[in-house]
Write a protein of this length. Structure first.
Length: 191
């Protein structure tokens, strides 16, 4: 009987760890999404997700060029192959970042415009929606693991204890999402 209990506890520990790993993955995802929302300052992460056609293959811009920040509101994209300048410009236009690339024959410059109050509020709303998506993802993870625990037909007290552990995890990770949202909101609203 003791061996069975220890095996059961080991299985539940593994289940709880997997739950926490999935929740950590959700936090990493939301952090990544938050970096794509610009706050009036240059950030190379703004170009994440932009692909340039290179010999017929869509390739991330970061693999084709050095991206640096010469000034607080400016990005400089220096391609390894200068023949890519036009393709990089085309990809940036297609990404609709709200910025116009300037090509001087050597590098592409992106100047980040000042954010208006209306734009800032729009970005805060966008970030709030992203945070809500993360909360929904966390709730779905909780539901999946709660179902897994209930399906395992544990003794009532053990089931209740494991469900409480999952609930404490969701509370912890929801607070992390809220903190990240508040941090990004503050960044977006500060002038």
């Amino acid at each position: 009987m003791i061996k069975y209990i220890k095996e059961r506890e080991g299985i539940m520990e593994t289940v709880i760890k997997k739950c926490e790993e999935k929740m950590n993955s959700t936090i990493a995802s939301i952090e990544n999404k938050f970096t794509t929302v610009r706050a009036g300052r240059a950030n190379p992460a703004m170009l994440d997700g932009i692909n340039v056609e290179y010999y017929g293959v869509e390739t991330p811009i970061k693999q084709l060029a050095n991206i640096s920040i010469p000034e607080a509101r400016q990005l400089m994209i220096k391609p390894f192959d200068k023949s890519l300048l036009k393709e990089i410009e085309k990809a940036i236009y297609a990404a609709d970042l709200g910025m116009s690339p300037n090509n001087n024959g050597e590098v592409v410059f992106l100047t980040i415009p000042e954010l208006t109050e209306e734009t800032r509020k729009s970005y805060v709303k966008q970030v709030k929606d992203m945070a809500e998506e993360a909360r929904i993802a966390l709730r779905n993870i909780r539901q999946d693991f709660n179902n897994m625990i209930k399906k395992d037909e544990l003794p009532e007290d053990e089931e209740k204890r494991n469900l409480e552990i999952v609930q404490k995890l969701i509370d912890k990770y929801n607070q992390i999402v809220e903190d990240k949202f508040k941090e990004k909101e503050k960044e977006l609203l500060s002038i």
